[in-house]
Design a binder for this molecule. Sequence first.
Ligand SMILES: Cc1cc2nc3c(=O)[nH]c(=O)nc-3n(C[C@H](O)[C@H](O)[C@H](O)COP(=O)(O)OP(=O)(O)OC[C@H]3O[C@@H](n4cnc5c(N)ncnc54)[C@H](O)[C@@H]3O)c2cc1C
Length: 375
Amino acid sequence: MDQANVLIVGGGVIGCAIAEALSRRWQDAFLVEQYAKFGMATSTRNSGVIHAGIYYPKDSLKARHCVNGNRLTKEFCAKHNVPCRTTGKLVVAKEASEEQELLDLMKKGEGNGVEGLRIVDPAGIRAIEPHVKGHAALLVPSTGICSAEDLVHALARIAEEQGASLVNHAKAVSLEPVNDAVRVRVRIGDEEQCKTETIEARCVINAAGLYSDEVAQLLGPRPWKIYPVRGEYCEIRGRRAELIHGLVYPLPHHDGLSLGLHLAKTLWGTVLVGPTAGYVEGKDNYERGRMTIPEFVRDAKTMLPELEESDLQLGYTGLRPKLVPPGGQGIADFVIEADKEVPRVIQLVGIESPGLTAAPAIAKHVFELVEEILH
Ligand SMILES: Cc1cc2nc3c(=O)[nH]c(=O)nc-3n(C[C@H](O)[C@H](O)[C@H](O)COP(=O)(O)OP(=O)(O)OC[C@H]3O[C@@H](n4cnc5c(N)ncnc54)[C@H](O)[C@@H]3O)c2cc1C
């Protein structure tokens, strides 16, 4: 039986960022990822936006970790040659009746410590995005965009260079608390040809994304349930991608479901249109019953009137690990805590947006929790 100080379940951006942070101190850190590659689930099926932190309730973990994560992610990307650009973004009010919401958003952002926010008028919008229509917009200068795939790979590579063992095709199937450790059974290989190994870890971190509720429940009943909310994208390629220069968002959904269908110039010159937001059955339901191109155009045209159906191609989709059930309201905060019954297990549940941005700040937070367990 292998022994380790720390075992991380899940090799998305959160698990890899935690592995990178922890392996500086505990070189025998272990990470197990059920899929063939790291970051194949939600971490590379997103907009790649490095959010500023304007949307989240003051003092929430989302607000704190997003604002810090914005800085830390940009620093990490610059240091390790991960493609990344600070583009700024516009949050557009379509009509006068939305102006108060824009001001409220600005106030919330300032309360969270986001700097440089200002309101621009239609001429100001046109100066930044000549093809975008709006009554007013909130300019958020610190928003950026990065290559999520390169970010995950860089985090994983550095963790390995620091001594961590990151294993793919390895699914944690049971957790059993023993004296001063937790025994983790890991199924290695695919369904037909697999072997089971046991690792005894002094601290276990659940960073299993969409499956974090199920991994938590390997210890017994726990209060969380993850509801997958699908986000679908279209893409504008070629010359028509020049319609958008940076990031253009509507005001966020009132029910807290998503930030709204936005337009995002990617680092490779295309424009992402999306993501949509709808609850789906099944944590692997990426494609069934997708929204059509005419429906995308209808939504996006309010900000970009020149958009035509022929400009769009269907793109990828991603699943948000939501804690709020269908019909529920509001924003649930990230859960990042030592398990109440087995405190040497750290639970990370409901790490939806801005999880990509927040990853290095979340990793610092987890580092502090692990220090308390392993001191
Ligand atoms: C449509 C969409 C758009 C988004 N846009 C943005 C954005 O622009 N900016 C931003 O900051 N955030 C964004 N997000 C959120 C961001 O993508 C997530 O918060 C982040 O990727 C979560 O990372 P994770 O590592 O927790 O999850 P995941 O990437 O899902 O990683 C969890 C991993 O755990 C593995 N796993 C699960 N169970 C087990 C097990 N038993 N054993 C071993 N491995 C297991 C899974 O295979 C998976 O690889 C978006 C999300 C979506 C869906």
